[in-house]
Design a protein around this ligand. Structure first.
Ligand SMILES: [Zn+2]
Length: 408
């Protein structure tokens, strides 16, 4: 029986079973199309003891992170989000050339670059070598390492303790959660601040965002579950912001338990109270999710079958991880979706894992004039509908699959 990755209790309660799926970032090159492709179970559990929602561990992390395809800097709205964050933190923490900002899972350096531009010293920590190279190329010093107790101790020994320790959508991808948070506790300056962003479990469940579940995301946090985990490691969540990113995220603010200079904020108290009344720390809260997911599959297939019977053409937009969960779970291949497009040149010319739907440059849409464009990164829906407004010229329409199938 699998065990909870935080508290080691046996995991008995399934949140949802999304079947077997390939690793969602393993885009397939043309010459590999006839090769065997590994599929792993996508079974999500909720721990009955600590209410951490999590995947069973199936895949060696090296296999996931060796050549990670996700370069964060490609989305315009994400860049704006990050820029606003860095300005806010510089102001609130009074960061200067004497400060240090460390980011765990620093990706291609897009976030730390804003601090570099403002003259604040930074250090990125990123396990994917190809992505770390991109960061170094843009002037962001980056260690190619997994972050945990060991890395934290090495940095402390070198006198490199951060005033601000950042994790932007990385916590869910850390295989050893306890080692990572214990490392943060070791590394943080006595009066330093940790900020971490992650998709909010409350929104995932309320808005049916089951496609954001994939093998690369091991955990899905409520505020209460996160608070319990950080408290175990001697860190207090003293503030929280609710953000619109990734379909609804939390940015939690943590400090050392003994740091009295940062009292619990009203909005942290309010969110705790809200989660307590909704019941994120009770099993009943998690029991209806499966049926909700099944119904979304039926609705999406209903729409696609109907469109194809009426001889409509359908293209995808985007090749995000969440799209791969959705398409594999629903069994949607080129029988429904002729192709998809993506801005990321790394993905163009490749094929989606499992479904083998080809990925092209976005120009393909204007060239082929599909009747429908299925928006796979629905969290960027408004941005994409603006960019692709020209599909109206030939009567094209947008289809958004989540939270429920909608046509615009
Ligand atoms: Zn647990």
């Amino acid at each position: 029986m699998p065990r909870c990755r935080f508290c080691d209790a046996p995991l008995n309660q399934l949140l949802v079973d999304l079947g077997m799926s390939p690793l969602c970032e393993s885009y397939v090159a043309a010459e590999k199309l006839n090769c065997m492709e590994p599929f792993y179970p996508l079974h999500v559990y909720v721990c009955e003891q600590c209410f951490l929602v999590q995947l069973e561990e199936y895949v060696a992390p090296e296999e996931i992170f060796g050549e990670y395809a996700y370069f964060s800097s490609y989305s315009t709205s994400w860049r704006q989000h990050v820029k606003a964050y860095t300005e806010k933190m510089r102001r609130e923490l009074d960061l200067s050339e004497r400060s240090l900002v460390v980011e765990v899972g620093s990706n291609d350096g897009y976030l730390l670059e804003y601090f570099v531009q403002a003259g604040v010293p930074v250090l990125g920590i990123e396990p994917a070598a190809n992505v770390a190279e991109a960061a170094k190329a843009r002037g962001v010093p980056t260690l190619v390492k997994f972050f945990g107790r060991q890395t934290a101790k090495e940095l402390v020994a070198e006198g490199r303790q951060p005033d601000l320790l950042v994790g932007a959508n990385v916590l869910a991808q850390i295989p050893d959660l306890n080692d990572c948070i214990a490392g943060m506790k070791i590394l943080l300056k006595p009066e330093g601040v940790i900020t971490i962003e992650f998709p909010h479990l409350l929104r995932l469940i309320a808005e049916n965002q089951f496609d954001t579940i994939y093998h690369e995301h091991f955990y899905y946090f409520s505020f209460l579950a996160a608070e319990r985990i950080f408290a175990f490691h001697g860190l207090t969540l003293f503030d929280v912001e609710e953000l619109p990113t990734h379909g609804g995220s939390l940015r939690i603010y943590a400090r050392h338990v003994g740091d009295r200079s940062k009292p619990l904020t009203e909005r942290a108290k309010e969110l705790k109270g809200r989660e307590e009344s909704i019941g994120t720390a009770t099993l009943a809260y998690y029991r209806s999710f499966t049926e909700q997911v099944h119904e979304t599959k039926r609705r999406l297939l209903e729409f696609l079958i109907d469109a194809k019977r009426n001889r409509k053409t359908i293209a995808g937009y985007g090749a995000p991880g969440k799209g791969n969960t959705l398409l594999n779970y629903c069994g949607i291949r080129t029988d429904f979706l002729d192709y998809t497009v993506d801005m990321n040149p790394y993905k163009q010319g490749k094929f989606l894992p499992g479904t083998h739907i080809p990925i092209y440059h976005p120009d393909k849409i204007a060239a082929t004039k599909p009747d429908y464009v299925l928006i796979l990164p629905w969290n960027l829906r408004d941005e994409i509908m603006q960019q692709l407004a020209y599909i109206r010229d030939w009567g094209g329409k947008f289809v958004v699959p989540i939270p429920t199938v909608a046509v615009y």
